[in-house]
Design a protein around this ligand. Structure first.
Ligand code: PLP
Length: 234
């Protein structure tokens, strides 16, 4: 087995153990491979181990990589910070966007999807959205405040071609209870709103804390280092 296959197997079996311990269905947790700062060749090798969903943080880097990997049926997720002037490319080149934290971004993504469908004379391809929550009210961090989530869900679920899937969170280090609070927020949205029909995703947990995230109900963990090894700046 290559290192990548071994790394991936190890994480998959850890997921299985944690799920068993917590009484969660194993197939309820998706492993998202975070390939920022990894080459297209490395992504290709990870794909060969069976991995199909990959996440990128930097738009230009992601677009270059996607070009090199066009022959592979990869599902691409964007997990980086979103600037307004990047929404057109995000709508065109990704299946999921995890970091949406304000209405204007969602509106623009929705408009681009409409426009791109018109230009191509095809049906719009729906874009899956997770709302990023700044669960610890940190100054430096992106994400809406927990108390804003309910209104954002209501407003975003009216926008065409967006599928609101759930919440994404990057808590402070050593803040395990942030996962539990995010889960509670996630559940409360489901109880309050009838409209987000596919409200099924809690995107939380990274290499260092995914066990706690799964224990709190994560359905998608975003793993870079534990899959690929340390990232090297080029
Ligand atoms: C880089 C990154 C990850 C992966 O982090 P690792 O610690 O390498 O697993 C997950 N989520 C986001 C938003 C990231 O930027």
């Amino acid at each position: 087995m290559t290192d990548y296959a071994a790394n991936r197997q190890q994480i998959l079996s850890q997921i299985q153990d944690i799920c068993q311990r917590c009484g969660v269905a194993t197939n309820g947790v998706n492993l998202l491979a975070v390939s920022k700062m990894q080459s297209a060749e490395v992504v290709r090798q990870m794909f060969a181990t069976g991995q199909r969903i990959f996440a990128e943080n930097y738009l230009q880097e992601a677009l270059n990589k996607q070009k090199d990997l066009m022959d592979l049926p990869i599902e691409w997720h964007f997990i980086g910070q979103i600037q307004r002037n990047k929404t057109r490319d995000l709508a065109a080149h990704f299946s999921w966007v995890h970091g949406v934290d304000r209405l204007i971004i969602a509106e623009r993504l929705s408009q681009h999807l409409t426009q791109q469908a018109v230009e191509q004379g095809s049906e719009p391809v729906p874009l899956n959205i997770c709302i990023q929550v700044n669960i610890d009210h940190e100054q430096s961090k992106g994400g809406c405040l927990p108390e804003e989530v309910s209104d954002l869900v209501q407003q975003m679920s009216r926008l065409p071609h967006l599928v609101l899937r759930g919440l994404m969170v990057i808590p402070e280090v050593n803040h395990q209870d942030a996962f539990v609070r995010t889960r509670a927020l996630f559940d409360s949205v489901r109880e309050q709103h009838a409209s987000p029909t596919q409200w099924d995703t809690l995107s939380m947990g990274m290499s260092g804390d995914f066990a706690d995230a799964i224990a709190a109900g994560a359905t998608m963990i975003r793993i870079g280092t534990a899959l690929f090894g340390q990232r090297v700046k080029s």
